[in-house]
Design a protein around this ligand. Structure first.
Ligand code: SDX
Length: 430
């Protein structure tokens, strides 16, 4: 790591040299940790637009070039040649597994997919129409009430048991959340199915008949899980790191990440895109909605457009758009009006000066919902699908954070603009 310095000059003229660090790729960082102690000032960066929170080896994004790499492997190559369980091993342990390592890892994940029977009773406490994200975040949080053996974050074996357990059980919990709202019986996982096949069967099978796995659907789902697996220090991943930095148990940290993902500005956007497309209804209404999104006085935004980092195409959106065509074709749904409307909306937006000058391109959430819908997945489950893939990234970042020998609790400071010191006034004198 070659070190240089960044010289700061304060208003009263004194200077301070701050070390600069260079990573493998991407912008250098300026280490400002000594700034407050030596200059008595904080930096100020609401939303962390220019702030690096950690030194990570997991995922790299180049927003200008539309690059996304997991442990150095371009996501396009992993999407083409790999599968989700192998990508999970890569993100978690840093290397593509050997054939034996992959077999062992996949067997462990498969064999930990059942839930404690006591947890199943937990689902009965929710209203029949509870949103699946509320159910999934609550049930994941409740895992800390069942699995006391893996709460010691400083124990490597406990960390590994937690890692396999949460990745294995997320699809089972997600499918159970759907069955609750569908009023159907819970379907147990099967050890002869792969990750995506098992999830599809738990989601759609009913005891009244045999369920036949649609291999096109399973392959599309496996690819979507790969594309959603990680994305460096996004809102929900930073939430997991922040919650875990206090030493909180890992199940609670992941539950915090699920809650952060739910927001429509983040993972909740895929559900919001479908609702937006249904509201637009047909192509003649597109200009009205684009104008509404451009109106400074209107908080309305085009869901599925824009990104904090990508100021070019989101590479995931490109892959998913192409996959849309294939899945719809193979499922005989080429006349999907929603997909046609999405393609038309993308063209109109990308030719509009406002979207061009603000570098607003379709992001990962713009097309994913169309595929989920084509697979028969209910709109309310779309963000849950995102959470299944992203759990691998959350766990990889949690492991990296908790094993950092220089790790500290995350505790940002602030600019205080509240009232100056004042004395209490008795209620009869107010
Ligand atoms: C994800 O961080 C990640 O990596 C996230 C994610 C992941 O994998 O973890 O990639 C997943 O969350 C994708 C994003 C999904 N969200 C949406 O699609 C919701 C719609 N998009 C926006 O809300 C917004 O674009 C964000 C939240 C995605 C990004 O917000 P920023 O970086 O804070 O950008 P901004 O709000 O400062 O916008 C910059 C300008 C603003 O105009 P000005 O104030 O400069 O005049 O662009 C405008 C915004 O008003 N703008 C939009 C817009 N997005 C931004 N205008 C209309 N429609 C939009 N969608």
């Amino acid at each position: 790591m070659n070190k240089e310095v960044f010289t700061l000059t304060s208003p009263d003229g004194n200077t301070m040299e701050l070390p600069v660090r260079t990573g493998t790729a991407g912008p250098d960082v300026v280490e400002i940790g000594r700034l407050y102690a030596e200059q008595g000032v904080f930096t100020y960066d609401p939303g962390f637009v220019s702030t690096g929170s950690c030194d990570s080896e997991i995922t790299f994004i180049d927003g200008n070039e539309g690059v996304l790499m997991y442990r150095g492997y371009p996501v396009e190559q992993l999407a083409k040649h790999s599968n989700f369980v192998e990508v999970a091993h890569l993100l978690l342990y840093g290397e593509l597994p050997s054939a034996d390592e992959l077999a062992g890892f996949e067997t462990s994940i498969t064999r930990h997919s059942m839930l404690n029977e006591g947890m199943l009773r937990f689902f009965n406490g929710f209203r029949y129409d509870a949103h699946p994200m509320a159910v999934v975040s609550a049930v994941v949080g409740s895992m800390s009430a069942y699995y006391h053996d893996t709460m010691d974050v400083n124990n490597a074996e406990a960390r590994d048991v937690f890692t396999h357990r949460i990745i294995a059980k997320l699809p089972t919990i997600a499918a159970a959340a759907h069955k609750l709202t569908a009023g159907q019986p819970f379907i147990y996982p099967r050890n002869d199915l792969n990750y995506a096949e098992n999830f599809l069967r738990m989601l759609f099978a009913v005891p009244a008949e045999e369920y036949e796995i649609d291999e096109v659907a399973a392959k599309a789902l496996d690819l979507l899980f790969i594309l959603h697996a990680d994305h460096e220090q996004n809102c929900s991943t930073s939430t997991v790191r922040m919650a875990g930095s206090s030493g909180a148990n890992p199940y609670s940290a992941i539950a915090a990440g699920i809650s952060a993902l739910w927001g429509p500005a983040h993972g909740g956007a895929n559900e919001a895109v479908l609702r937006m497309l249904k509201e637009i209804g047909n192509a003649k209404n597109i200009p009205k909605y684009v104008e509404k999104a451009k109106d400074k006085d209107d908080p309305y935004r085009l869901m599925g457009f824009g990104h904090r980092v990508y100021k070019n195409f989101d590479p995931r959106a490109t892959i998913i758009r192409e996959m849309c065509h294939k899945v719809l074709e193979k499922m005989g749904r080429t006349d999907s009006p929603l997909f046609e409307l999405a393609l038309e909306l993308e063209q109109v937006a990308l030719q509009d000066d406002y979207f061009v000058e603000k570098n607003l391109y379709p992001n990962v959430d713009f097309y994913s919902g169309i595929i989920y819908r084509a697979l028969g997945i209910p709109t309310s489950m779309f963000t849950v699908m995102f959470a299944i893939g992203r759990t691998v990234g959350w766990v990889a970042h949690w492991r990296e954070m908790i094993t950092d020998p220089h790790g500290r609790i995350s505790r940002p400071r602030q600019l205080y603009s509240g009232p100056a010191k004042r004395d209490y006034v008795a209620v009869e004198k107010r």
